[in-house]
Design a protein around this ligand. Structure first.
Ligand code: NAP
Length: 282
């Protein structure tokens, strides 16, 4: 019988604990914790993500400052805003909601100081993750690790297969699993024999972006399956990269979509912002 890895429930508990810590911080330091969010243009999904992030901030006691820039904003204007926020000592974290409109370069993100990079995307923060040094870790893979930890799922010595090698999910996910002593395989669109690779997985992480791509014949009996994907199925319903209904009975643990990795991602953003505030005091 499979067990659901209930990201919503785990995230609620982590947010409760975090709310208390933030309350204590503000009481002792007499300061707010502030997250600056930059949203460029009218991308519908980005608007929803930002709204959810603001809501999560309110819930845990973080002050969010949203800077909405018009679609046509220039690279220079975007960079000027980031520089201003970078220099502002009252701001603990800076987040630029991606994707940016096509005319803007993501190189602007390099202006976010490592100490305020609450997304964990900066070259230094990624480098430290690779060196297994303390750092700010990208929220989605960090959330996955927290779920595994919460359910006491053993990682050491296990075969972990990560399908997807993006800079924000697949690569940091693989590195975290490796740092936790798993034997890690990273698969991508050029991987040969994907099914055979997946069948070796004690822990299978799908971060592909294709609805129900991972089917039951790709999953080993008793595997832990983590579905990062966020897609729409043929009926327009939100679904993951895993064919949940057919895969679940083969699993020891499986995350649902929605209600799995998603809520953990935002929670880790709140956690990273709190940690940035703590570090700024030392
Ligand atoms: P991405 O940048 O598009 O990367 C997708 C990865 O999947 C790439 O590495 C790609 O390989 C690989 N891939 C594509 N087709 C494949 C195939 N047929 N076989 C094997 N590998 C294949 O996407 P992402 O940003 O990592 O996001 C992945 C999914 O997670 C999306 O559905 C996204 O919406 C979701 N997501 C969810 C959260 C959350 O909080 N729940 C957060 C972030 C992302 P190549 O590198 O060879 O192209």
């Amino acid at each position: 019988m499979f067990k659901i890895l209930d990201g919503k429930k785990i995230a609620e508990q982590l947010r409760c604990e975090l709310t208390e810590k933030i309350f204590e911080f503000k009481k002792i330091k007499g300061k707010k914790i502030v997250l600056a969010v930059i949203l460029v243009g009218q991308n519908h999904a980005s608007q929803i993500y930002v709204r959810n992030k603001i809501k999560a901030c309110e819930e845990v006691g973080i002050t969010s400052l949203v800077h909405r820039l018009p679609e046509q904003v220039s690279q220079q204007e975007l960079e000027n805003l980031i520089k201003t926020l970078a220099d502002d000592k009252s701001i603990n974290g800076i987040l630029v909601q991606l994707p940016l409109p096509a005319h803007l370069s993501q190189s602007a993100l390099k202006l976010i100081p490592d100490s305020k990079d609450v997304d964990g995307f900066s070259e230094n923060n990624v480098g430290k993750l690779c060196l297994n040094l303390p750092t700010t870790v990208a929220c989605t893979p960090y959330g996955v690790m927290k779920m595994l930890e919460y359910e006491h799922i053993e990682i050491k010595g296990k075969n972990a297969v990560v399908v997807g090698r993006s800079n924000i999910v697949g690569k940091p996910m693989a590195m975290l699993l490796l740092n936790a002593d798993a034997t890690v395989t990273v698969c991508h669109s050029k991987t040969k024999n994907l099914k055979e690779q997946c069948l070796k997985a004690d822990i299978l992480v799908a971060a592909i972006g294709q609805a129900k791509f991972i089917t039951a014949d790709m999953v080993k009996d008793g595997a832990t399956v983590i579905d990062v994907g966020m897609n729409r199925d043929e009926n327009g319903k939100v679904c993951g990269d895993v064919d949940f209904e057919n895969v679940k009975d083969k699993c020891a643990y499986i995350t649902p979509v929605p209600g799995g990795v998603g809520p953990m991602t935002i929670t880790m953003l709140m956690y990273n912002t709190y940690m940035a505030a703590l570090r700024s005091e030392n």
